[in-house]
Write a protein that binds this ligand. Structure first.
Ligand SMILES: Cc1ncc(COP(=O)(O)O)c(C=O)c1O
Length: 385
């Protein structure tokens, strides 16, 4: 019944954990879910208010423009100038998105032919691989290891792969490892992509979720990046707006145009009222973002203290709301996730769910109040490891 592309999808590794979690909840167990990367805090009130007003205006009720309202694209360009130091032409170098996920899925359709290779970092957001498969491309994972600070080793890619490589997806601050990248790495990516004629796509979904003064750079700020690259931004994590489905792509004019061509044949843009709320998010005070980051920082410190007390070595990440922890000796990522769930009522995501190179790790999302995280730590301390 299903197409070959659906039948080729990798098995959903989280299904067993999801099922076990639902069974425990049904039995009345007090489960602490640190599994999914979905902010528990509400969208900032001034953004909700902008939406409330906009949705009452009948002018927002018709089809939106494919590329996004000019005001939204201008707000995105202004935001990028102010917070990321990059100059963009809102008319040609910015495109509205229904969240960054759809862009990740649609980009290969715009640029990849069957047989072309798409490089992506692994462990990683699963859609890089699946979007590539949907377009008939060949996904080629670049492993992220602790020894290399969770950055890919671009020099290790075989020549025959490089010859076929068309696109490279990378993401810093990174999900799931919480690693960050500096301008030196981005400059190296520009050089690499230019040399091998590869399109660079930087997924910057977590760039504003940062701690202790760290500022996550834009890939496009690297010299020459605009010649070969694009970057994806999302309102989801920055403004607690995962449910609204809003983001924007920026970068090289021809690349933005290519993505726009796919999108205009698949979707009909973002509801104008959501874009108006999105403008409010981008253009007004960012105090809410700072407050949210303080909350995540306290949660981060609480969980790290607990994991350290258990003998699991984790450095506090500078960004993202994930903790990527090695599992204790004698466990796989799946068996440790199972133990956490069954013996402590804690949901965490086994690293192998992000690709084979995620084996040996588990990801905690800091998406519960600090009191619940303290409770999770107390429960973990009682585990027989
Ligand atoms: C690395 C990364 N990219 C993209 C997304 C998609 O975000 P959205 O579609 O909500 O913008 C996520 C969501 O978790 C993510 O972790």
């Amino acid at each position: 019944m299903y197409s070959d592309r659906i039948n080729a999808l990798p098995p959903y590794l989280f299904a067993a954990i999801d099922e076990a979690r639902d069974e425990l909840i049904a039995k009345g167990v007090d489960v602490i879910d640190l599994g999914v990367g979905d902010p528990d805090l509400p969208t900032h009130p001034h953004i909700v208010e902008a939406m409330r007003e906009a949705v009452c205006d009948p002018k927002t009720h018709q089809y939106p423009s494919y590329a996004g309202m000019p005001e939204f694209r201008k707000a995105a360009a202004d935001w990028c100038r102010k917070y990321k130091g990059i100059e963009l032409d809102p008319a040609t170098e910015v495109l509205s998105l229904i969240g960054s996920k759809e862009a990740v899925a649609h980009i290969p359709l715009a640029f990849v032919n069957p047989g072309d290779v798409v490089l992506y970092t692994e462990p990683g957001y699963p859609v890089y691989k699946i979007g590539t498969m949907f377009a008939g491309g060949e996904p080629y994972p670049l492993p992220l290891t602790a020894e290399n600070n969770f950055l890919p080793d671009l020099d290790s890619i075989p020549a025959d792969i490089l010859k076929k490589a068309k696109l490279f997806f990378f993401n810093y601050p990174n999900n799931p490892t919480a690693a960050t990248a500096d301008m030196k790495f981005f400059e190296k990516v520009v050089e690499f992509c230019k040399k091998h004629d590869i399109i660079a796509v930087h997924d910057n979904a977590y760039c504003q979720m940062t701690y202790e003064g760290y500022e996550a750079p834009s890939f496009l700020a690297a010299e020459g990046a605009m010649d070969i690259g694009m970057e994806l931004y999302s309102h989801s994590k920055t403004y607690n707006m995962t449910g609204w489905r809003l983001g924007f792509a920026v970068g090289n004019k021809a690349l933005i145009k290519g993505l726009g061509k796919v999108k205009s044949n698949v979707d009909s843009g973002v509801f104008d009222a959501i874009q108006i709320a999105g403008i409010a998010a981008l253009c007004s005070s960012q105090a809410g973002v700072e407050e949210t980051n303080k909350i995540y920082e306290e949660r981060r410190n609480t969980l790290i203290e607990g994991l350290t007390a258990m003998g699991l070595e984790v450095k506090p990440p500078k960004a993202t709301f994930y903790i990527w922890a090695p599992v204790p000796e004698g466990f796989t990522s799946m068996s440790f996730a199972k133990l956490l769930l069954e013996e402590a009522g804690i949901v965490a995501t086994p690293g192998v769910g992000f690709g084979e190179t995620g084996e040996g790790y588990i990801r905690f999302a800091l998406t519960k109040p600090v009191g619940r995280i303290k409770e999770a730590v107390e429960r973990m301390k009682k585990l027989q490891l």
